[in-house]
Design a protein around this ligand. Structure first.
Ligand code: BTN
Length: 326
């Protein structure tokens, strides 16, 4: 991390209060002049920093440039040490970037966030609309030491973590549409795409890239999404630093004890589909029935029209009577 980034870390952690130049210099073991230079460079980047003699420097509460430091400032020191977070202005897809990095040996805990994506990707080959500044587009590189069959749980605990982060940021009550979409008032506000590379010899994962896209303040959607997608808040406040950190905090809490499935009861209580009539589509087959729940293996349990029970581990719920949950 550069000195400038480290200064920003300190100011972000004390946002709204003064930190003396002497203190910053001491923490970073650099000269007061180096601090002064760093502050000027941060100001030139657009950060609102007040300098007052005998008090030091203060990053204004209204200074809202989205940086990795603004995410770090909301994290515990343990996660600050574990994660290497970057915020970039624009990429095709943060998942694609991190997969390429993973193939070259990129480290566990690398987090890439983009201000916009030009080729954001969703599940089943779909695209993910990722306009500049209004959403959180974030991928996390994981190198788990568990089997590939546990991978579904990465997505499931990410869904609970995203739902929690959104609810806390926007005082909302989100639901999870199996297996990994987050809905607010019947419309999708967040999608998750987990991509993994499997080591066929050991049955373990070489790596997994967890990608999460949240429509935070996106108000205008393309025609094809207008009826199915929504945003978390119409408020213009930048929720990205808080939501990103809150997501990471919740996610790593669950992930570090994934086999305990601590997320499962909350996943179930947030399940949008439980109790609903659905048509489940898997390949060329379609099944009608009522969802009765989610089993311990994260399968969707459905009582079919003929009274038999079926559990689905993959496929798609395409229709729910009376609800737009496509
Ligand atoms: C879906 O809704 O089907 C999943 C959407 C996942 C979108 C996120 S945004 C960050 C990451 N990069 C991508 O290209 N996709 C994921």
């Amino acid at each position: 991390m550069t000195i400038k980034e480290q200064i920003l870390n300190i100011l972000e952690s004390a946002k709204g209060s003064f930190v003396s130049g002497e203190e910053i210099a001491e923490i970073l073991s650099v000269s007061r002049n180096a601090v002064w230079k760093g502050i000027n460079s941060l100001k030139a980047d657009g950060h609102i920093i007040t300098a007052v003699t005998n008090k030091g420097y203060c990053l204004s509460e209204n200074s809202s440039i989205f940086t990795a430091q603004s995410v770090y400032a909301n994290l515990s020191s343990a996660l600050r040490e574990k994660l290497v977070i970057s915020v970039v202005p624009e990429v095709g897809s943060t998942n694609t970037e991190l997969k390429a990095l993973a193939e070259k040996g990129g480290a566990d805990g690398t987090v890439l966030i983009a201000v916009s994506q030009t080729a954001g990707r969703g599940r089943l080959g779909r695209s993910f609309y990722s306009p500049k500044d209004t959403g959180l587009y974030m991928s996390v590189l994981l190198r788990p030491d568990f089997s590939a069959s546990e991978a579904l749980n990465i997505t499931a605990c990410a869904a609970v973590s995203a739902a929690r982060a959104i609810d806390k940021a926007a005082d909302a009550e989100t639901q999870i549409k199996w297996v990994n979409d987050i809905y607010l008032d019947g419309k999708k506000v967040c999608g998750i795409l987990t991509e993994a590379s499997i080591d066929f010899e050991s049955g373990g994962l070489n790596y997994a890239v967890l990608g999460i896209g949240i429509n935070l303040n996106t108000e205008v959607f393309p025609d094809e999404l207008k009826n199915v997608a929504a945003c978390v808040s119409a408020d213009k406040t930048d929720l990205r630093p808080f939501v990103a950190a809150e997501f990471l905090r919740n996610f790593f809490g669950y992930y570090n004890n994934l086999s305990e499935r601590e997320f499962l009861s909350e996943y179930r209580s947030r399940s949008l589909l439980t109790g609903k009539e659905i048509t489940f589509v898997r390949g060329n087959d379609a099944f009608n029935g009522t969802v009765t729940g989610i089993d311990d293996e994260m399968r969707l349990v459905v009582t079919l029209a003929d009274g038999k029970e079926a559990s689905f581990s993959s496929g798609e719920v395409q229709l729910v009577k009376g609800d737009l949950v496509k």
